[in-house]
Design a protein around this ligand. Structure first.
Ligand SMILES: Cc1cc2nc3c(=O)[nH]c(=O)nc-3n(C[C@H](O)[C@H](O)[C@H](O)COP(=O)(O)OP(=O)(O)OC[C@H]3O[C@@H](n4cnc5c(N)ncnc54)[C@H](O)[C@@H]3O)c2cc1C
Length: 402
């Protein structure tokens, strides 16, 4: 670090993507400041972390701090619950079929953020400042960051991990492409009387997927995508009434349902930054892309962003290059573009084929799922691509230290 700088890198935003980016940079020997607020404690979302994300968190020394609170995902069922003329067969994916014990692990975000936070606090060259960032101003050699406390910081590289309404993105001059869907996701955690056997079940309904994902014990998380007016009706129910509705929608596959306190409601949008980096600022997580909660992709992409920018910055530092310079940023943009584009396209297509009333599209979706059910190599290729995308797999996701 040169004397006129406060750090080599500043990460703005203390959510899971920002914490992971900060730990990655610090682990690679880069003096880092993380300036940001943590997500609200009332965020009751869970994350299905795919195998590559778990490998990265293990390598960073985070996974051992939260593995006990995660449930392995050994199988996945897709059930057509549309009641339409063209209905797809039920498709089952088993991790064993591709030589894995599990596709990944499901964990409540609060436990994941807590483990990341504890790991970050134990790192020598990482300073944590829990404060609001009021201004981000890129200059020729450094980016300046002003905090609410009045402190001003500068570094040659800023990681924008400040979520959907990113100040860093605006400061970098990057705009978003956005699509809004006529749906919201209702999230909650629940207890049930029958075991989930570590299998997640996704019912495809005409308003969107209803997905139950295992948690440790006889507990699961629910993401229920539905029409906003229907969501309002459900949100107004008391716990006992909503438990009955969830049990009905789940066809009682997990027995009697008791929902736990805390419900989330998230409007469904799909947005993608037109560039992932500019003006010494690299975007990670939801600052760069927001995708509907279908197929457990959002934060897995965010962790791959964090691992990728960490890998590039550490490599630049080792050969004495400017870590926030144009080479790093162009390489980062290229590294993330195909991965983010392919995931957003797949999630968008799947969601839209569910919403459509157009019979040929419903038929094509049914045929696609029928082929997946019947053709083993196709099913296995899809499973491998889902767990370990071939496009741009940062080293951390392969369990390699930087
Ligand atoms: C219903 C639902 C289910 C999901 N399920 C999954 C799943 O199973 N698997 C998966 O991979 N993904 C899933 N996702 C996506 C995942 O939850 C998000 O990708 C993830 O939470 C985003 O993390 P982040 O760190 O990018 O952003 P955030 O969690 O939004 O963090 C941004 C942080 O920056 C802080 N901040 C913002 N502005 C400032 C500022 N000016 N100064 C200081 N701090 C600031 C905020 O306070 C916040 O703490 C799901 C999403 C939804 C909606």
């Amino acid at each position: 670090m040169t004397p006129d700088r406060d750090a080599d890198a500043i990460v703005v935003g203390g959510g899971p993507a920002g914490l992971t980016a900060a730990i990655t940079l610090a682990a690679g020997g880069i003096a880092t400041v993380l300036a940001g607020k943590r997500p609200s404690p009332s965020d009751n979302r869970t994350t299905a972390l795919l195998a590559g994300s778990v490998a990265a968190l293990s390598t960073l020394g985070v996974w051992e701090l939260c593995a006990g609170q995660a449930a392995p995902l050994k199988g996945m069922r897709l059930v057509d619950d549309t009641g339409r003329l063209w209905r797809a067969p039920e498709v089952k994916f088993e991790a064993q079929e591709i030589g894995l014990d599990a596709f990944g692990h499901n964990i409540e975000n609060r436990h994941l953020v807590d483990a990341l936070d504890r790991r970050a606090r134990a790192m020598g060259n990482l300073r944590l400042i829990e404060d609001e960032v009021l201004e981000v101003a890129p200059g020729a050699q450094s980016v300046f960051v002003a905090l609410k406390s009045g402190e001003r910081l500068s570094a040659p590289l800023v990681i924008g991990a400040d979520g959907r309404r990113s100040l860093c993105r605006a400061a970098a001059g990057i705009t978003m492409q956005e699509r809004k869907y006529p749906q919201v996701a209702l999230t909650l955690c629940l207890a049930h009387t029958r075991p989930h056997r570590f299998i997640s079940t996704e019912f495809h309904t005409p308003s969107g997927p209803f997905t139950l994902v295992p948690l440790p014990g006889n507990r699961s998380s629910l993401v229920w995508v539905l029409d906003p007016a229907d969501a309002d009706v459900l949100m107004a129910l008391d716990d006992a009434e909503l438990s009955d509705e969830v049990e009905r929608a789940s066809h009682s596959i997990l027995g009697k349902i008791t929902i736990e306190p805390g419900r989330g409601r998230f409007p469904l949008t799909l947005s993608r930054a037109r560039r992932f980096a500019a003006n010494r600022i690299a975007l990670v997580g939801e600052a760069a892309h927001v995708i509907p909660p279908i197929g457990a992709q959002g934060l897995n992409l965010g962790l791959r962003d964090a691992a990728a920018i960490g890998e590039l910055a550490v490599a630049a530092r080792r050969i004495g290059r400017d870590i926030g310079g144009i080479n790093t940023l162009v390489h980062y943009d290229k590294m993330r573009r195909a991965d983010v584009a392919s995931r957003t396209l797949a999630v968008d297509l799947l969601n839209r084929t569910l919403l459509t009333d157009f019979l040929p599209v419903q038929g094509a979706r049914g045929l696609g799922l029928y082929m997946l059910d019947r053709i083993g190599p196709l099913r296995r290729a899809l499973m491998r691509e889902g767990v370990e995308p071939r496009a741009s797999q940062p080293r951390l996701m392969r369990g390699e230290a930087l």
